[in-house]
Design a protein around this ligand. Structure first.
Ligand code: MG
Length: 328
């Protein structure tokens, strides 16, 4: 209940013989049985001679062969390789990937975590500059917490994330129907556990008055078939998917299957958030507030004033467009 204030991540820095540097970030999640120590063990297996900014695909072949799993760590290397590769060609990452990025066009939601109702009210007031909120639900206080948010922000657009919290399809439907009475609730993420029976998830999709988005049920593109029957959209995160390349695949395949897409995040620095921002054109919704929720971000990159993503103040023109704060 709001008690965790420390989220360890690992920053990866790859530098080639010409002095070009690529940054990546490993933000492992215990939800996927990953942690910083496991990531560091994985990095110790690397043979730097097998990595090249000019050969991202074959470099990733080396990375993939080192060990199974470790999606967050592999993702950090994928990101650093692409950062370096894009910098070498003098392009921002989105351009390097053949994507567009409209500055000051994409809007991220701002997350309000599970907490006591009084705290939710305070956090909602403090988030007054953000036009879209994402409230974490999936606990017994859901209705009181949403009511507290509404008292502080009547009429504001709200998304809900149950984080697998409702355990039966009947409970999930009852809660979704209650939330759907509010016309400004846009959709709900992962109402039930990813391990739920596929038939239960499909039952819920058929009856839900709100669009349902898969988060834990959609780790990467390989989960697509299961999500088509059970959800209206998917939430992709670089840390769970295993990097930028896999996230691009996961977003494109979902769209191709007729699903809506969003990009989400863990608690992350501006390295991961900026990397995700470059993929904004592949999404319908963004939840990239991980760097807004920390006070010790060692990097500068994309900004989200009033929730609006912009690289206008980024000091680095190419790659992820991130720069370490102590580097002038
Ligand atoms: Mg989620």
């Amino acid at each position: 209940m709001g008690g965790v204030h420390h989220f360890p991540v690992t920053i990866v820095e790859l530098t080639d013989d010409d002095g070009v540097t690529g940054y990546g970030e490993c933000a492992p999640s215990s939800r996927y049985q990953e942690n910083v120590e496991g990531g560091l063990d994985f990095f110790s297996l690397l043979d730097a001679r097998q990595l090249s900014f000019d050969e991202v695909a074959s470099s990733m072949d080396h990375v993939e062969r080192l060990a199974p799993g470790q999606f967050a760590a592999k993702g950090a290397l994928n990101m650093a390789l692409l950062d370096g590769a894009a910098r070498r060609t003098g392009k921002p990452l989105h351009d390097f990937l053949g994507l567009t990025f409209q500055d000051k066009h994409y809007v991220t939601s701002f997350s309000i975590g599970i907490d006591r109702s009084e705290v939710i009210r305070e956090k909602t007031l403090a988030a007054r500059d953000y036009p879209i909120l994402k409230l974490k639900v999936g606990v017994s206080e859901d209705k009181a917490n949403f009511t507290a948010l509404r008292e502080a922000a009547p009429g504001k657009r709200v998304r809900l994330d149950a984080n697998e919290g409702w355990k039966t399809k009947e409970q999930a439907l009852e809660m979704i129907e209650w939330f759907a009475k509010d016309s400004q609730v846009e959709f709900i993420e992962q109402p039930m556990p990813a391990t739920s029976a596929p038939g239960d998830l499909a039952w819920l999709k058929q009856r839900s008055p709100l669009p349902l988005f898969a988060d834990e049920s959609y780790r990467s593109a390989s989960d697509l078939a299961a999500c088509v029957d059970a959800f209206h959209g998917v939430c992709v995160k670089l840390s769970k998917a295993g990097g930028v390349s896999r996230a691009v695949d996961a977003l494109k395949l979902a769209r191709g299957a007729g699903l809506k897409t969003m990009l989400g995040c863990m608690i992350e620095t501006s390295v991961l958030i900026s990397a995700a921002a470059h993929l904004a054109a592949l999404t319908d919704h963004l939840d990239l507030d991980g760097n807004l929720l920390i006070t010790n971000d060692p990097f500068r990159g994309v900004t989200a004033k009033n929730g609006v993503l912009s690289f206008a103040e980024a000091a680095e023109p190419f790659g992820l467009r991130v720069k370490a704060k102590d580097v002038k």
